[in-house]
Design a protein around this ligand. Structure first.
Ligand code: GAL
Ligand code: MG
Length: 985
């Protein structure tokens, strides 16, 4: 048996670890401190990342030696630090959302607790009179540390620094570190975050050389006086000795210098304040006992007044995103350069906020957020969501929140999330936890955090569901925070003034798969209501990890792909960026909706633009504002944004173009940065064409058609074409032009779409209603042969065994002597059926058709509620560019409000309709997309599928949010629809 029990004790959370302090790295002198690009330039900092010796044991009890002999145990393998063992062939990945991956039995963990032993050595040329501190920035889930064979200490909390004073254990020459890391510990019950569960030394390790009995911790506050345009730097420390300071302005000029003891306060005149838009940082270098510490200072003050969030006196909104540490190659081990890349992308999407879901980041993340400008909600490493899946009455959300035996561990985790980062300007709000219930343990932690840091706001979303049998204390919570509130609830909250706190969504717009579809509606509510201070999209990136398929290929997998039986499938593949870090169309959707300069409205002859930035004028952008008719530019309007003040509007007059009622007129705004790159695009449709009543069908005086019947098939032959119409299904078996067969399979009328992830709660109802498997039944058929055309007038019913009929349809298909086809539908839905996914016709075309030209919403895929990545215009695309390759295949590639579309191949098909339609042209059928679990499970491309739809249901966020707004539902009980396909040879 493994003898040391720390890992399953509630009252031994840490052994021999150094006292918690704010994060910093000391430098040797002022120049070093001032000039260092980062901590690695400090001569007091030694990074111990890299290859470590390693061995894995499936159970801690299989370690073949006594606890005290672990540092002598020979190790046979190597593993990089930082990383997780599951990415290096040990143990196995498991993705689980809510449920605890181990039996709920705190503080105990399974007997077979997998573990890894790590070892590395390093040289110390001399060992002076200095102190040495070993830092682990994150070890999942705990660590036992030995130095040169001697046991030093123990710590847990995966996303937290563990620091040990190892001075007494080191020697001159070669020193050896041994670390034992377990997969489970008591902390596992508090780290039940929705993610791949990982193990290992997952963040950097380093040694810091310190002065003995020097400064340890300090606090910096930066209140501002707006009337005087000053900022105050207030410094306090329990350290008794003298502290000298030098303050540099953002340009690096020395501003102030002096000394103080225990505290000092500096007033900065003409202070340049920090905001996410203007992340101006001053540099403070303090010196105490020969140690130089550099702090970047942002002067800023967040306040709430009348339910509005202010920064330095200006109202701000949070356009945020939830960010997990997850990457297919790196697992949870993101380095500063990775964070940097992600933040650059976020900036380019006009995000200004990050919630560190659901644990603190490593310190360099916050430094980057300070520099690049983000409003950060920093969350503690606490999630005990799994309690909701216990059996019977034990399934109580507040079980651990109210049980006082867990008070100290919760308090410890929350304090550990605050003190290290208490000086970071980017953090404006501390989040106590995620999905861990509400109760006395959190109330106490909130109180404590308020004492520790009265300058920042406090967040606990779970106050949404407090204990019903006691008085709850919300006094230390500053915002009403909800996840995935419906539009109605947001409006209800904002319209009432019963609660005096602002409203925020710590999560909204679930970006799983082809989604979310509700970004624009939430944004409009943020614009409308000052008390709706913003939200954080769930979430930034798809989580997926690599595995080898049966052919030895490296492919991406999600829950269930790694042999795990308890898992939550692809619920982790829910980001705005794909696992390979490329942007989804939803990311572009976000970007355009949150454009810093908004095309707010067009009324009569005036266009209103609004600057939604709180601090900057429009100087950073140039804009193209233009009027388009049917997607073609008619005129450019002169526009200069440099004078457009923050949070203000400008009106621009324009001349309405000469158009007819058959035209589509749009106002288009394209915003460019100083390099001429497009940063956002917005559009308002100001005139839509009046619906034409009929489609002119070709009437050429060329030879008439021949029609032959074989059972339910009708062969229609013209001069250079022959079509086979299946009267039974109302579809074409084959379309031949010039003796070339153009279909790879019969066309069909469908209502099914490959379920998007947001359909997951409605898919079974759809299947039950026969939307996937219903069969057409023809009741009556008239064939009308005329000189220039033949018309099949059929009466159809769509049905499936054991349920009421699904649809009743009168369908008229007319073929003229030039080969043009016209469909006229009159459809009535059966009773009591759910919203339909779509209604339309599919033509499985030969692969030689490979391009589309269309007037509609493109170039990204577009839907009734998700079309802001795109704009209405003329587009021309290869089929390969029209397919969005989701790891879990699903409906994609639709083009909403299409007026006409040309499909180019051996012939050109031109699709028109009296009113805008939806079309997609992608290399897979809905059935193929439905049946594939991964993109790489899709079959070889058999055809290029042209889909022409009357309507399609919206996209929404229903996988984890409200169902579609009424106006986005395809819930027509009855409809008529017409379209035509012309063929040009
Ligand atoms: C939230 C939770 C997140 C994630 C999301 C669903 O309830 O806080 O961690 O699970 O749902 O993707
Ligand atoms: Mg959860």
């Amino acid at each position: 048996m493994f003898q040391n029990q720390y890992y399953q004790e509630l009252d031994v959370l840490s052994v021999n670890a150094a006292k918690l302090r704010n994060y910093y790295v000391p430098f040797r002198n002022l120049t070093e401190a001032f000039e260092a690009k980062d901590r690695t330039d400090s001569s007091k900092f030694r990074l111990l990342d890299g290859e470590w010796a390693f061995d894995f044991y499936p159970s801690i009890h299989e370690i073949p030696v006594e606890f005290s002999a672990i540092p002598q145990l020979p190790l046979t393998k190597e593993i990089p630090v930082p990383s997780c063992i599951q990415n290096h062939g040990y143990d196995a990945h498991q993705y689980v959302n809510v449920s605890f991956p181990i039996p709920y039995d705190p503080p105990y963990t399974p007997y077979d607790n997998p573990c890894g032993i790590y070892r590395r050595s390093f040289e110390l040329e001399s060992l002076g009179d200095e102190a040495y501190y070993l830092n682990f920035e994150g070890v999942d889930s705990n660590l036992y540390l030995w130095v040169n064979g001697q046991f030093v200490g123990y710590d847990q909390v995966t996303h937290s620094n563990s620091e040990f004073d190892v001075s007494a254990y080191l020697k001159k020459g070669t020193n050896e570190l041994t670390v034992l890391v377990m997969k489970w510990c008591v902390g596992t019950y508090f780290e039940d975050q929705d993610k791949f569960r990982t193990t290992g030394i997952t963040r950097s390790v380093y040694l810091v050389t310190r002065e003995k009995a020097g400064i340890w911790d300090y606090k910096i506050e930066t209140p501002v006086d707006l009337a005087k345009q000053t900022g105050t730097l207030s410094f306090t420390t329990p350290y008794e000795g003298e502290v000298s300071y030098t303050l540099f302005d953002p340009q690096g000029n020395q501003l102030l210098a002096g000394t103080g003891k225990k505290e000092f306060s500096l007033i900065i005149e003409d202070c340049a304040y920090w905001t996410a838009e203007t992340p101006t940082l001053y540099t403070l270098i303090i010196e105490a006992k020969g140690e130089y510490i550099r702090e970047k200072i942002g002067f800023r003050e967040f306040t709430i007044q009348d339910r509005v969030l202010y920064l330095n006196g200006q109202p701000i909104k949070l356009y945020g995103v939830n960010h997990h540490d997850s990457h297919p190659d790196l697992g949870p081990s993101l380095l500063k350069s990775d964070y940097y890349e992600e933040m650059l992308k976020m900036k380019a999407l006009h995000m200004n906020g990050i919630r560190t879901a659901h644990y603190p980041k490593s310190p360099e993340f916050y430094e980057l957020a300070d520099e690049m400008g983000f409003y950060v909600i920093s969350e503690a490493d606490v999630e005990s969501h799994g309690v909701v899946n216990l059996v019977g009455a034990s399934a109580d959300y507040n079980l651990m929140a109210r049980d006082e035996q867990f008070g100290p561990i919760i308090m410890d985790r929350i304090i550990r999330s605050v003190i290290p980062f208490q000086n970071r300007p980017s953090i404006f709000m501390w989040s106590m936890q995620n999905e861990s219930g509400y109760g006395v343990n959190y109330e106490q932690a909130q109180k404590k955090v308020r004492e520790l840091d009265p300058t920042r706001l406090i967040h606990n979303e779970r106050a949404a569901q407090p204990d019903l049998f006691r008085e709850n204390d919300f006094s230390n919570l500053d915002v009403i925070s909800r996840m995935y509130s419906s539009f109605e609830d947001v409006v209800r909250y904002c319209e009432s003034s019963a609660i005096k706190k602002p409203f925020m969504q710590c999560e909204y717009a679930h970006a799983m798969g082809n989604g979310p579809g509700d970004l624009a509606d939430y944004f409009q509510l943020m614009e409308k209501y000052p008390s709706f201070i913003g939200g954080f999209v769930w979430e930034w990136a798809d989580h997926a990890m690599y595995l080898e398929d049966e052919n030895g290929q490296r492919v991406l997998g999600y829950g269930g792909d790694f042999g795990e039986t308890l898992h939550d499938s692809n619920f982790c593949v829910d980001g705005l960026i794909f696992p390979d870090r490329s942007l989804t169309s939803s990311a572009i959707e976000y970007r355009n909706i949150h454009s810093p300069i908004q095309l707010k409205g067009v009324k009569n002859d005036r266009i209103t633009l609004r600057n939604i930035q709180s601090f900057l004028t429009g100087t950073a952008f140039s804009a193209e504002l233009s009027i388009h008719v049917n997607g073609e530019k008619r005129s450019d309007l002169p526009i200069d944004l440099t004078q457009l003040a923050p949070l203000s509007e400008v009106e621009i007059s324009f001349e309405y173009p000469q158009v007819t009622t058959a035209d589509y007129v749009t106002v288009d705004l394209i915003l460019f940065d100083n390099q001429g790159e497009i940063v956002a695009r917005q559009q308002k449709m100001i005139q839509e064409a009046k619906e034409e009543t009929t489609i002119a069908i070709c009437d050429l005086s060329i030879p008439s058609l021949r029609v032959r019947q074989e059972q339910s098939y009708y062969k229609v032959e013209g001069t250079d074409f022959s079509y086979t119409f299946n009267a039974r299904t109302g579809s074409f078996e084959q379309l031949n032009v010039d003796d070339e067969a153009l279909l790879v399979a019969p066309s069909f009328i469908h209502i099914w779409r490959a379920p998007i992830d947001n359909d997951r709660h409605i898919t079974s109802q759809w299947r039950q209603a026969g939307y996937e498997a219903g069969q057409w039944n023809v009741i009556a058929m008239d064939i009308i042969e005329e000189a220039t055309s033949v018309t099949f007038r059929g009466s159809y019913r769509l049905g499936m065994p054991s349920i009421q009929h699904i649809l009743v349809m009168d369908l008229t298909v007319t073929i003229d002597n030039f080969g043009e086809i016209q469909y006229d539908f009159d459809v009535k839905k059966g009773n009591n059926l759910p919203d339909m996914p779509r209604f339309g016709v599919v033509f499985p075309l030969k692969k030689a058709f490979n391009k589309a030209k269309y007037l509609g919403y493109g170039p990204y895929d577009s839907y009734i509620d998700k079309h802001y990545a795109s704009h209405f215009g003329q587009h021309e695309q290869e089929i390969s560019a029209m397919f969005e390759n989701y790891l879990k295949p699903q409906e994609n590639g639709n083009h909403w409000k299409t007026v006409k579309a040309d499909i180019i191949g051996p012939v050109m098909y031109q699709i028109t309709s009296p009113k805008p339609f939806n079309f997609s042209f992608i290399p897979y059928s809905a059935t193929e997309l439905t049946n594939a679990a991964h993109s790489y499970d899709l079959p070889e491309i058999s055809g290029h599928y042209l889909t022409i739809d009357y309507k399609q249901n919206g996209i929404g966020s229903y996988s984890c949010g409200p169902y579609l707004k009424e106006k986005y539902r395809f819930n027509d009980e009855q409809f008529k629809w017409t379209f035509a396909i012309k063929v040009s040879r």
